[in-house]
Design a protein. Structure first.
Length: 279
């Protein structure tokens, strides 16, 4: 088993079979996950049952309430784009489930059907984003909280992302469930529950406002934080191959699924893991 740190964010783990893990190997995976934020595996041959079994080793499964589920495995969300669809799921910087009171710990994504080219996923480290902020900005955001919401993405309103693009349709289910959800607040800077490190915890998709600031002041501050977090030195572009698996931490990374394979099909299976309240 080898663990290679990658530039920007993440680590690739080789010489391992996720279907047959020793206790020592699993402990090393957990440690690498906490330290690096996202870990990648190649050459895995995971059935749906294997995918679920590995996820359950890591944490209880959070059944996604918006994405269409696998027809035979409700624990697995289908992240799909068909040949005739223009828009994709996850096509912009975001972190999953920040709109929940207890945001999801992470997600395990397995490649099932890939385009001939394109369809990479970019990841960015929010550990590194915080660590490289200047001291004045760190002081400015200390103690601040931000509002997170999914209504403009998943809600049933006519102007939501999934109702104004073809990314929805049969790929999104239960959109009305979001309409009744209250927006939530989280610290702008969290102390990661596994690593103990500080991480920036805002994202362009679901963070809508800084508590106690005007809309204009919120937009200005968030724009500065996003521009900093998006810097190339914080990021790594993962190229999917058959048998690839990515396991990322939603509390310490962003990700962005590239939509550059029009006319081709891309099918991914995602399992999301339960998290905890953030401080």
């Amino acid at each position: 088993m080898q663990i290679e740190a990658l530039p920007g964010v993440g680590a690739e783990i080789t010489g391992i079979d996720l279907k047959n893990l020793s206790e020592a190997e699993f402990d090393a995976i957990r440690q690498a996950y906490a330290e690096h934020g996202v870990i990648f595996f190649r050459g895995q041959d995971l059935s749906e049952d294997d995918h679920i079994a590995f996820a359950e080793l890591c944490a209880p499964i959070n059944v996604n309430r918006f994405f269409a589920a696998h027809p035979d495995y409700p624990q697995i969300a289908m992240v799909a784009k068909e040949k005739d669809q223009k828009d994709n799921i996850g096509g912009g910087w975001h972190t999953d489930h920040s709109y929940d009171e207890e945001p999801a710990m992470g997600s395990i994504l397995v490649a099932r059907e890939l385009p001939e080219s394109g369809g990479d996923t970019m990841f960015a480290s929010m550990y590194r984003a915080y660590e490289t902020l200047d001291d004045a900005t760190k002081k400015e955001i200390e103690g601040l909280r931000a509002v997170h919401s999914a209504k403009h993405i998943f809600g049933s309103g006519s102007a939501t992302y999934y109702n104004t693009t073809d990314a929805g349709g049969n790929r999104i289910a239960n959109a009305a469930a979001d309409d009744g959800l209250a927006d939530v607040t989280h610290p702008v800077v969290i102390t990661h529950p596994l690593s103990g490190k500080k991480a920036l915890y805002v994202n362009p998709a679901f963070t809508v406002k800084i508590v106690g600031k005007s809309d204009e002041a919120s937009k200005e501050l968030l724009s500065r934080l996003y521009a900093h977090a998006m810097k190339q030195e914080n990021a790594y572009r993962f190229q999917w191959q058959p048998g690839s698996v990515a396991f990322w931490d939603n509390r310490s990374t962003w990700h962005w699924a590239f939509n550059d394979y029009h006319g081709q099909r891309r099918i991914m299976h995602r399992i999301t893991l339960e998290g905890c309240a953030l401080n």
